[in-house]
Design a binder for this molecule. Structure first.
Ligand code: F6P
Length: 397
């Protein structure tokens, strides 16, 4: 009798697979969940499709300079819960405007042709890029040069178009919320106004969600320019209602009416050179000088991007990584995976590149926050009766 061939399910998957070798890179600022995506992509491609996987080090820098790391089941084992990225990342290196030191001077040149050579030299059939809008803009330009790319939406800022949630955002919101919980007790003990500055660039998602979760009294976001006098009125009004402390969350991109965003520094060789920061201090100083309430600014900074991803982000990252691997195996390129409601789907990268998803002014989140007593610094009708509290001396030490 003829022996029946034992065809496993994975042989069937592999037979249908359109790719043999796939690269991965992590671009832009790091965020919790990058390793979970790398793991999901690698395990799916190797385990299901028998595809070879390599990583490029430090974002597009590794792709330009051909600096690689082989990814295997072993190298991605045990990294699900690890923050950062095992590949390294960079929010500076752009193959189309690549900076290199020559004779002590930084020289910029278009190394996109060299980048395409790296891709071909490594016999890649596709590249999976984990990143935000800057990474997707570069990815889009490389697609035009003939590269097969699949995007995965990463950023704590949650500001990528076409997706309801980027991975990393949930972790960041949890970190800020925990900080607010801790700050509330010290603010109450010292009768202070604490102004917590969050990251988020031009979108207020982190401040908004952490502000709601932490029960902030005022949330200031870039989408709603604020009137600083009205913010002071909230502080005054709380004191007159025996709430002797105030918690304000201010997104780094927030600005007052007619004012500009506060820029902390510019990073010359970055695709988006502006680094925001400092509005927290400006707001705290204004409040202290106007109301006499001792005020302090707390800048959470890169703490918001560090450490272990939440369970939500690990699950989301795993679902994104799995879907990106499936798209690669199907030869369905030029797409970015995204979350719509509770479903993972994908759209063309062109719909995401060079765009920013800010908080809509009619967001249900803003409505819920207002309904539960949070102000956004633009509600004049609330403060018809101004009550200035007696100045409290600023405590020493
Ligand atoms: O995009 C992520 C982000 O953390 C922003 O929220 C912040 O404005 C920026 O990156 C900070 O960049 P860097 O790591 O270069 O200071």
């Amino acid at each position: 009798m003829k022996k029946k061939k034992n065809t496993s399910a994975n042989d069937n998957f592999a037979a249908k697979c359109k790719v043999k070798k796939v690269g991965i890179l992590t671009g832009g600022g790091d965020c919790p969940g990058l390793n979970a995506v790398i793991r999901a992509v690698t395990k799916t491609l190797i385990g299901r499709y028998n595809v070879e996987v390599i990583g490029f080090k430090d974002g597009f820098r590794g792709l330009v300079l051909n600096q690689t790391k082989r990814l295997t089941y072993m190298t991605v084992s045990g990294i699900l819960d690890r923050g950062g990225t095992i590949l390294g990342s960079s929010n500076k290196d752009n193959p189309f405007h690549f900076g290199q030191m020559r004779n002590g001077r930084m020289i910029y040149s278009d190394l996109s042709r060299q980048t395409m050579q790296t891709y071909r030299k490594n016999n890649l059939d596709a590249l999976i890029c984990l990143g935000g809008d800057g990474t997707m803009s570069i990815a889009n330009d490389l697609i035009k040069k003939g590269m097969n790319i699949i995007g995965v939406p990463k950023t704590i800022d949650n500001d990528l178009m076409e997706t309801d949630r980027t991975f990393g955002f949930d972790t960041s919101v949890s970190i800020v919320t925990e900080a607010v919980d801790r700050l509330r007790t010290t603010a109450a003990s010292h009768h202070r106004c604490l102004v917590v500055e969050t990251m988020g660039r031009y979108a207020g998602w982190i401040a908004l969600e952490a502000g709601i979760a932490g029960g902030a009294d005022v949330i200031l976001i870039p989408e709603i320019p604020f009137n600083p006098s009205l913010v002071c009125d909230v502080v005054d009004s709380r004191f007159s209602h025996h709430k002797h402390y105030t918690i304000i969350l201010v997104a780094e991109g927030a600005k007052w009416e007619g004012g500009e965003m506060v820029v902390e520094r510019t990073v010359k060789d970055s695709p988006d050179p502006v680094r925001l920061g400092g509005i927290g201090k400006v707001v705290a100083t204004f409040i202290e000088e106007s109301t006499g309430v001792e005020s302090r600014a707390i800048v959470l900074g890169h703490v918001q991007r560090g450490g272990t991803p939440t369970a939500f982000d690990r699950v989301l990252a795993t679902r994104y990584g799995y879907r990106a691997a499936e798209l690669a195996a199907a030869g369905d390129f030029g797409k970015i995976v995204c979350l719509k409601g509770s479903d993972i789907t994908e759209v063309a990268i062109t719909r995401v590149a060079n765009k920013c998803r800010t908080v809509p002014l009619d967001s249900p989140l803003i409505k819920a926050a207002r309904a539960t007593g949070t102000y956004f610094g633009n509600e004049p009708e609330i403060y018809t009766k101004k009550r200035r509290r007696k100045r409290m001396p600023v405590e020493a030490g």
